[in-house]
Design a protein around this ligand. Structure first.
Ligand SMILES: [Zn+2]
Length: 107
C-alpha cells in the first residue's frame, strides 16, 4: 500500500520526522521571540520564576512538557504555555509540510 508515491510506513516516518523538526523549529522560534536572537543562540534557558538554569532534558519540545506538566522542578512555576503552543504549532506545520511533500511525490 502506498500514500502518494511512497510506501505507508515510510510516509508515517516522514510525517513524524516532519512534526519533530517542526516542534524544534517552533520551540526555537518561541525562544527567539522571548529572548531575541542573541539570547536564543548564546544564553541557556532559565525558569522565569526562580532563575534556575534548565537542563537539556527539561527542554525537549513537547516531551519534557508532558513529563513535568509544564512546571519548573524547583519552584513549581508554570513554564511557558506560549512555548508549548509554539512547539505544537511548529509540529503541525512540519507534519503538514511532510504530508504535502508526500502528496506531491505521487504525481
Ligand atoms: Zn523555577
Amino acid at each position: 500500500m502506498t500514500v502518494g508515491g511512497v510506501s505507508t510506513p515510510f510516509a508515517v516516518i516522514l510525517v513524524v520526522f516532519g512534526a519533530l523538526a517542526g516542534a524544534v523549529i517552533g520551540s526555537f522560534g518561541g525562544v527567539v521571540r522571548s529572548r531575541g536572537w542573541r539570547g536564543a543562540l548564546h544564553g541557556r534557558s532559565r525558569c522565569e520564576a526562580c532563575g534556575r538554569e534548565l537542563r537539556w532534558f527539561e527542554l525537549v519540545p513537547l516531551l519534557s512538557y508532558a513529563v513535568q506538566s509544564g512546571r519548573c522542578r524547583t519552584c513549581g512555576a508554570v513554564i511557558g504555555a506560549a512555548a508549548l503552543l509554539a512547539e505544537a504549532a511548529g509540529a503541525a506545520v512540519g507534519a503538514a509540510a511532510a504530508l504535502a511533500g508526500i502528496a506531491l511525490s505521487g504525481r
